[in-house]
Design a protein around this ligand. Structure first.
Ligand SMILES: *Cc1c(COP(=O)(O)O)cnc(C)c1O
Length: 400
């Protein structure tokens, strides 16, 4: 018989002081979200029905859509991406996939795996998508689906003309799929107004909930296409026709991740209570202040202002500095964790949810500056801290 391993309490694995999560996700969750996540209820029945109804209602506000077709997915943001793709792409379908980096490239890869004929447009690193160039492509070939990311977390690019692009897609009869995993509720995204057909988000980034439960919204425009699908659907868990039996008809599909949905309920409630305009303003103010402070310290930001994402800030690693050493010093000495990158020469600081609070910014900037100095960077930390204070000092709303 195989024996149980030596007992190891969780306390001996977790750090004594939790790190402040200032990376590209997961982000810190509020106590309310954490408490909700500790509750287990039946996945079917009156109580759950009420919770689901509220999650859908609050999601409609957060996605800015009157479409009733908002569903949850048990799984990471990638599962929601896969749900969008597998329900709209099958052999013979033509997909135009705008690639700004790691995550938008994943949508193209998923489309290929689903049998789609994919034209993948790879933009230069740091470049945002250009509607005119996309329109030329839309004229050349009749596509079925266009995939694009609102914010490319990996290289910190914002596709600023997103609304123009999704409206073009609608005009050319193409369904648009928008990945808003890191951006939803941190910056404007108006699903109905912008004529977006599918919006994907995850739990652990912009929404400031836990990882593992994601949301996806379908427009009323694309819904008949999905319900009327005749091509075989190889994915059982991700089949929208089955998922909507739970999310819209209170029936059984699979056992929903009840605790994660309760957590999401609280995260959505906090967005609704703060209201989107104030939440956008808080995120923009904090991120821009951080960006100015980093420059004042003598470092450069990875992306030019025009296409720079606010939700995740990319900092070019100074010459001769080892990024891994900086990250290690930040976490071991200052108990602040930020992210490295997928092969690019940058480190990234998240500005999503509770990360966008003045006290977290001061602590993070100080930790970054001290760690950069000890890794050999020539920077002016006091100048950076002073700039952050100057940018934030009149904003009481940022410390709630
Ligand atoms: C994080 C992220 C994803 C993937 O989310 P997972 O939960 O890791 O699967 C997809 N797209 C974007 C833009 C992201 O930031």
């Amino acid at each position: 018989m195989i024996q149980p391993p030596k007992d190891l309490p969780l306390d001996s694995i977790l750090p004594e002081e939790p790190l402040l999560l200032m990376g590209a996700g997961p982000v810190p969750v509020s106590n309310r979200v954490a408490m909700a996540n500790s509750v287990v209820i039946n996945h079917l029945g009156e109580t759950m029905d009420k919770v689901i109804e509220r999650v859908r209602l609050m999601s409609q506000y957060v996605f800015q859509t009157s479409s009733p077709h908002v569903l949850g997915v048990a799984g990471p943001g990638s599962a929601a991406m896969e749900m969008a793709i597998t329900n709209l792409v099958w052999p013979g379908r033509k997909v135009l996939s705008i690639n700004n980096g790691f995550f938008s490239g994943r949508l193209a890869e998923m489309s290929r795996r689903s049998g789609g004929e994919v034209d993948e447009i790879s933009l230069e690193v740091g470049q945002s998508a250009d509607p005119d160039a996309i329109e030329i492509l839309l004229k050349e070939r009749q596509y079925d689906v266009l995939t694009i990311v609102q914010g490319e977390t990996s290289c910190t690019v914002w596709n600023r003309p997103l609304a123009e692009i999704t409206k073009l897609a609608r005009r050319y009869g193409v369904f648009s799929v928008v990945d808003a995993v890191c951006t939803l509720s941190t910056m404007p995204l108006e699903m109905d107004e912008w004529q977006v057909d599918v919006v994907i988000t995850g739990g652990q980034k912009g929404l400031a909930s836990i990882p593992g439960v994601s949301l996806i919204a379908f427009s009323e425009h694309v819904w008949p296409e999905i319900m009327g699908r005749t091509a075989p659907m190889p994915h059982w868990c991700l089949d929208v026709k089955l998922a909507q039996q739970f999310w819209e008809e209170k029936g059984y599909h699979y056992t929903a991740p009840v605790s994660g949905i309760l957590a999401l309920h609280e995260a959505l409630r906090q967005v609704c209570q703060e209201t989107l305009p104030l939440r956008f303003e808080r995120h923009a103010t904090c991120s821009v202040a951080l960006q100015h402070a980093i420059e004042a310290m003598g470092m450069s930001l990875f992306v030019q202002p025009h296409s720079r994402l606010n939700s995740v800030v990319g900092i070019t690693v100074p010459d001769g500095v080892d990024a891994n050493q900086v990250l290690k010093t930040m976490s071991s000495l200052y108990k602040v964790e930020i992210s490295g990158s997928f092969g690019l020469n940058l480190v990234r600081i998240g500005q999503m949810g509770e990360q966008s609070r003045a006290h977290n910014l001061f602590r993070t900037l100080h930790a970054l500056g001290m760690s950069m100095k000890s890794a050999g960077a020539h920077i002016d930390l006091p100048a950076g801290m002073a700039e952050l204070e100057r940018m934030l000092d009149t904003r009481e709303s940022l410390t709630a």
